[in-house]
Design a protein around this ligand. Structure first.
Ligand code: MG
Length: 336
């Protein structure tokens, strides 16, 4: 898949197990993404081992304390920390004999996910979108940001190909300048695009606010928001209409919940996206989507591209609708 940040040829992720002296265990996943989290599989493995050693003897239910200890041990490294965080929530679910989506709030157990269309020739993107719509996906996320003219042409052909039966979002992955963003957004407005994700470089909050003020399609912050602190900055500056939370940016569920709480209180809806997680990380993210009323969108498709062996249970996906398992925790068993 090609996005404005680069082309992803293959994926590897970190699967982690937390064991307790009471015999209960939890599994988690870290999907490092160099362009966004600054981690590779090797660095996240190294850091996860280091954190694991630091946490031996701690109470696995004391998740606030464990995040504090992890952050005191090493800054950043959010995918490595997410692997531990997810495993702790899975463990908590098993301890309480309760599915994770209920532990996180239990608003619902099901939701619609979008499907991502990578950057390609506009005709190819239109054909792919049509195929995804035909198998039941009703929300498609169009990757953009390499070339404004190409992006406009792609959305035009896609809308022509699928008619009005699907909803479209665009994700520029930081690829545009503010001038390009304004031009593309004004142009694609006629093709009914629901949201524009991360038009500018992640650090350019002033620019995002400027683009938002000059255009009418809602702007969603993704790479600009990793932590609850980032969410406060975006909200204080009125720079975005929505926030895309990802567990690999937020170091897992604990801080993802905090981001959503901040956003909800400010009247800013969230969605939950993904890096390239397998079903383990995606079931964790999906549990959060289902659990929270303020999380109104989901991009939980990456596990479809990941070859999984020895992973069973977790969420199920049918015609673009994800339903969570009623098994405790993530409801996933691994046999690796
Ligand atoms: Mg994005």
């Amino acid at each position: 898949m090609t996005v404005a940040l680069g082309t992803i040829e293959h994926v590897e992720s970190l699967i982690l197990k937390v064991e307790t002296d009471e015999g209960i265990s939890g599994i988690g996943e870290g999907a490092p993404f160099e362009f966004v989290t600054g981690e590779t599989l090797e660095t996240s493995l190294y850091v996860a081992r280091m954190l694991g050693n630091r946490l031996i003897g701690e109470d696995p239910l004391a998740i606030e304390r464990i995040h504090h200890l992890m952050d005191k041990t090493i800054i950043g490294n959010s995918a490595a920390k997410a692997a531990i965080d997810i495993a702790l929530y899975d463990l908590q679910g098993k301890w309480l004999n309760t599915p994770l989506y209920k532990i996180l709030g239990g608003y619902s157990n099901t939701f619609i996910t979008d499907m991502t269309i990578g950057i390609d020739q506009p005709e190819v993107m239109a054909q792919e979108t049509k195929e995804k719509a035909e198998i039941g996906f009703s929300i498609l996320k169009i990757k953009a940001g390499n070339d404004p003219e190409h992006d406009i042409e792609a959305v035009k052909l896609i809308r022509q190909a699928v008619g009005n039966r699907v909803r479209l979002r665009m994700d520029a992955n930081q690829g545009w300048t503010s001038g390009q963003a304004i031009r593309v957004i004004r142009e694609v407005d006629q093709y009914r695009v629901d949201a524009i994700e991360q038009p500018l470089a992640y650090w350019d909050i002033d620019g995002m606010k400027y683009v938002r003020n000059k255009t009418s399609i809602p702007i969603m912050a993704d790479e600009s928001v990793h932590s609850p602190i980032d969410a406060v900055k975006i909200i204080k500056q009125n720079a975005a209409d929505m926030i895309n939370i990802k567990l690999m940016k937020s170091a897992g569920l604990y801080k993802a919940v905090a981001i959503n709480n901040i956003a909800e209180a400010a009247g800013v809806p969230c969605m939950v996206g993904c890096m390239l997680e397998s079903k383990i990380g995606i079931t964790a993210g999906a549990s959060l989507v289902a659990a929270k009323r303020n999380i109104m969108g989901a991009d939980m498709d990456s596990f479809l591209y990941v070859k999984e062996t020895g992973i069973s249970g977790g969420l199920s996906l049918q015609k673009g609708v994800i339903t969570l398992s009623e098994e405790p925790g993530l409801g996933i068993t691994i046999n690796i």
